[in-house]
Design a protein around this ligand. Sequence first.
Ligand code: ZN
Length: 388
Amino acid sequence: MTRKLYEETPAPLAFTARVTGCEPDQKGYRVTLDATGFFPEGGGQPWDLGTLNGIPVTAVVVQGEEIYHLLPQPLEPGTPVEGIIDGERRLDHCQQHTGEHILSGTLHRLFGANNVGFHIGQPYVRMDLDLPLTTEQLAQAEAQANTVIRRDEPVKVWYPDPEELEALEYRSKKALEGPVRLVEIPGADRCACCGTHLERTGMVGIIKIISAQNYKGGVRLEVACGGRAIPPIQDWYRQITALSGLLSAKVPAVEQAARRMAGENQELKGQLAQLTALLIEAQARDALPGTVQVRFCEGLNPDGLRRLCLALAQRSGALSGAFAAGAQGTHYALALPGGDVRPLAAGLNQRFSGRGGGTPNLCQGCLTQGTPQAIKEYMEELSHADAI
Ligand SMILES: [Zn+2]
């Protein structure tokens, strides 16, 4: 059994040990030691990285009682080794893990929510809680969790004896067998945990909830602690500053300005729909029955063209086309009541380098060449063709 140096306080970032085993593996060699400072993957926390005698450690996993270090090169059993842990990665994991304990403990104390899932992922930590929580509740818990950081509380980690454990209340995700390791943060949390932690809460720096969504009757959070909280906050700041400029509103008034703009947008859409309906009605009014209809109607979008074309076809009972200039070319809608308009649309596409298609009743597309006059003349020609 390997001595777990990473459970000591403070956990060493450099250590010496002896190789107890080395076996080939698909990706290299699995090396066991009599003692290790490398935290293996467990409890939602990824493994440590670093080196053993200068050889990179690519993964650390626990299987049964053994901790295996995955290396690209073998190490002879009995060899003394010097282990060096990647300190930045360890600090990041400790910040995320200790921060998660503070936030989970706070959510449990305030609202009775239980953490039922935890994973230190990238770029954020994922936390699943078993109760739905409002934005206000999450904001309250986040604020309280950050006061625990500012109080710079000591983080106590120990294995209580069975009587002491019996008398203590603590959070735990599952029924535990064997010795239970507790992590306690005064005034915030007491939890059974195998992970590495900071010595004091102040080193967490900051806890920021990044997102919350309903999940399995509860809520799934994305959380960033310490150094991970800065990039999203900087990104939000950049975005809100840009929005402030776009909306000509000071930052605290951006939401109000955006809501006002959304309201105005809705109103304008309503007005546009009314005017489009009037325009289509006016354009279709003089369509004589039995005569080919061609309209160039600037300002209509493809949906407006479709509606105008169908209105013309309904009035005339004959080949009808509606056209309007767009960014890519001349948009069109083509209809032929009681016939198949697709060959005519294909002819139009070919004549004016366009593309588009549709059903026998209605085709839509866009032409990249042709003046309104040329298109009109082509449509008149079509009206005399035998096909119609
Ligand atoms: Zn934990």
